[in-house]
Design a protein around this ligand. Structure first.
Ligand SMILES: [Zn+2]
Ligand SMILES: [Zn+2]
Length: 345
């Protein structure tokens, strides 16, 4: 007997992807009795679930962001690669390379394997485990940057641009807009890798997650709050803030700041101009067009389901290569919506 079609046991419901035999949702959009969470970004990790299964890091980040209670009444940490069985479904997590703790959800049921990637990237990131492709029959992929125009440069080269600007304008603060979970810590770690040893100054909203990253084993060097720092100290300093703070009065305390924004969207120059960004840094925590397509091929999947982003282009490209592909049309995902208007993956 052949395996049942995957959509009979992994269904699209209004709450999100639902595993029928395992009786759990993956990254549900509203509170459910049982959830498996790929990573702690707000659009994937919603509050109020009953049981939550995720990596220990994701659970710690959820508790920090949502509060211990709202992060799930019962929290079950699962180590990467550690398999468990839920209602006849064998389930394990594999690293997704997106942010600390991010994981793909691999499931096997009656001889068929489905992998739900969550958000992912293939570029190296000093703050989290690198993506590991998992061979599967059905691969469920994101599509945030799924257009051929999106080809992310190496993040290290963008940091070189930033360091060149710091050398050119040693009296000016360099204010970098970064979203709070993942991007901030990656930019700091990349700066440290590139040899920037001076204190890095943070907008107050970024400090708690940076401290948590450090507690979870990701060293970030000396971090100081902007509050309390003098204008002289901030001259020539690197200052990180959420993207929403770039344009507001908060930046008035900085010394003639050069404004930068670290985002995959900075490849679209019009976006950078519209936000008044002087120094666009194309640093993305998502796979670009080539990486999305290469990843689909590496999984060996005969079938691809595409979630949030530019679904049609990716469906079209996969279909041309002989992969059965369909858009899931899940509504409600989009990077950190509400935190920075979805502008900074
Ligand atoms: Zn994400
Ligand atoms: Zn997402």
């Amino acid at each position: 007997m052949s395996a049942p079609a995957a959509e009979t046991w992994l269904q699209v419901r209004p709450e999100g992807l639902y595993c029928v035999p395992g009786d759990f949702f993956i990254d549900p959009l509203r509170a459910v009795p049982r959830a498996v969470i790929t990573h702690a970004h707000a659009d994937h990790a919603r509050p109020g679930h009953g049981a939550v299964l995720a990596s220990a890091e994701t659970l710690a980040l959820m508790r920090a962001r949502l509060g211990a209670g709202a992060a799930g009444a019962r929290q079950q940490p699962v180590g990467l690669g550690e398999a468990l069985t839920l209602g006849g479904v064998r389930l394990w997590l594999a690293p997704a390379g997106h942010v600390l703790g991010s994981a793909q959800v691999a499931m096997e049921y009656r001889g068929q394997r489905v992998v739900v990637s969550g958000d992912y990237k293939r570029a190296a990131d000093p703050t989290c485990a690198g993506f590991e492709p998992v061979r599967c029959d059905v691969f469920v992929t994101e599509a945030t940057f799924a257009l051929p125009v999106f080809r992310h440069p190496r993040a290290g080269d963008e940091i070189v641009k930033l360091l060149a600007s710091l050398a050119l304008f040693p009296e000016r603060s360099h204010l970098i807009g970064c979203y709070a979970l993942g991007k901030s810590q990656r930019v700091i770690a990349l700066l440290r890798q590139a040899g920037w040893q001076r204190p890095i100054y943070l907008h107050g909203t970024l400090m708690p997650l940076c401290r948590l990253y450090e507690a979870l084993g990701v060293p970030l060097g000396e971090l100081r709050p902007v509050i309390g720092a003098t204008k002289a100290e901030l001259a020539g300093a690197v200052v990180l803030a959420p993207p929403s703070a770039l344009a507001d009065r908060w930046s008035g305390r900085l010394a003639d700041p050069v404004t930068a924004l670290a985002s995959g969207w900075m490849q679209v120059r019009a976006r950078a101009r519209a936000r008044g960004v002087e120094l666009p840094l194309v640093i993305s925590d998502h796979a670009d067009w080539d990486a999305l397509n290469a990843t689909i091929d590496e999984t060996g999947a005969a079938e691809v389901w595409v979630t949030h982003g530019a679904e049609e282009a990716l469906v079209h490209a996969a279909t041309r290569r002989g992969v059965r592909a369909r858009a899931l049309r899940l509504i409600g995902y989009g990077e950190e919506a509400g935190e920075d208007g979805g502008e900074a993956p």
